[in-house]
Design a protein around this ligand. Structure first.
Ligand code: ADP
Ligand code: MG
Length: 282
């Protein structure tokens, strides 16, 4: 069963879409089957994966899938990468914030849409809009975990407490299983003292929740989306590409199934004994 990860931060311009697209591509190159759901009415993730907006209308986009009018499987499209698929969006998704308000289980619409395809992917990433409205609430309700990109700038932590409050409300109500996937620091510029301060502050505040990998400010990451390509297909040698490959590696290590994790020596000594044996060391 695929794991669903909401990529959320209610601030705009912090690297949500760049992280969603390039983490998804880096997981796909590791032969994971990945679906990226573009859940921001601006549709940046759709264009960054080369989707021609003229080919998308309400009926074959995430908008109709959310309303339950079109199955999500009919919205999903292939990309240039074999293992990477995208569910594109259109600007009318913005209207769903209002249209859903009076509907039954309005916060579970995306979860219902995803249920149809969940078993077909290893990972399903949701690129959230820059708000804490009903769309982000739908993403957090559908998700197994949430990942927060945070820009290395002065007010980075501002607003994150609002996101955490929303997460805790979601946990108390519709999705008690929602896990923390972690925090990814983005657009890091080592020449900037402030950026170094932000890294220190985030690490001291969030500890191991912050990924070791820090995404540098790298022009290739901003250029590639205007060519409709993840950075992997645009400039594989760039620092930006390397950082997202490293992030994917770290992400996969964190998500390794328990039975595949190497057993620490201390635990090996105390392996469970067969019934009827006396308490001898193994
Ligand atoms: P969000 O989805 O949170 O609004 P984006 O991923 O769209 O943020 O990033 C905002 C802008 O910054 C975009 O123009 C994007 O190309 C650029 N950008 C994002 N990450 C980087 C980076 N690491 N280096 C350089 N530019 C970046
Ligand atoms: Mg975005």
């Amino acid at each position: 069963m695929g794991k669903v990860i909401a990529i959320a931060n209610q601030k705009g311009g912090v690297g949500k879409t760049t992280t969603a697209v390039n983490l998804a591509a880096s997981l796909a190159v590791a032969e994971k089957r990945v679906l990226l759901i573009d859940f921001d009415p601006q549709g940046n993730a759709s264009s960054a994966l080369g989707i021609d907006r003229n080919q998308i209308n309400s009926t074959n986009s995430v908008y109709y899938a959310l309303l339950g009018e079109t199955p999500l499987s009919q919205v999903i499209r292939p990309t240039e990468m074999d293992c990477l698929f995208v569910a594109p969006t259109t600007p009318d998704l913005a209207g769903a914030e209002i249209e859903l308000v009076s509907t039954f289980s309005r916060e579970s619409k995306l979860k219902t849409a995803i249920a149809e395809v969940k078993s077909q992917y290893d990972y399903i990433l949701i690129d959230c809009p820059p708000s804490l409205g009903l769309l982000t609430i739908n993403a957090l309700t559908a998700a197994d975990s949430y990942l927060v990109p945070m820009q290395c700038e002065y007010f980075a932590l501002e607003g994150v407490s609002d996101l955490m409050k929303t997460v805790s409300l979601i946990r108390q109500s519709v999705n008690p299983q929602l896990q923390d996937e972690g925090i990814v620091l983005t657009m890091f510029d080592g020449r900037n003292n402030l950026a170094n301060e932000v890294v220190k502050e985030v690490r001291s505040h969030f500890g191991s929740l912050a990924f070791e990998t820090i995404v540098p400010r790298n022009v290739r990451l901003s250029e590639c989306s205007s060519f409709g390509k993840p950075v992997l297909l645009y400039d594989i040698d760039s620092k930006g590409c390397l950082s997202y490959l490293n992030l994917a590696k770290e992400f996969l290590a964190r998500n390794q199934p328990v039975e595949q994790k190497p057993v620490p020596p201390a635990l090996r000594v105390q392996a469970p004994q067969a019934a009827g044996q006396t308490g001898q060391a193994v």
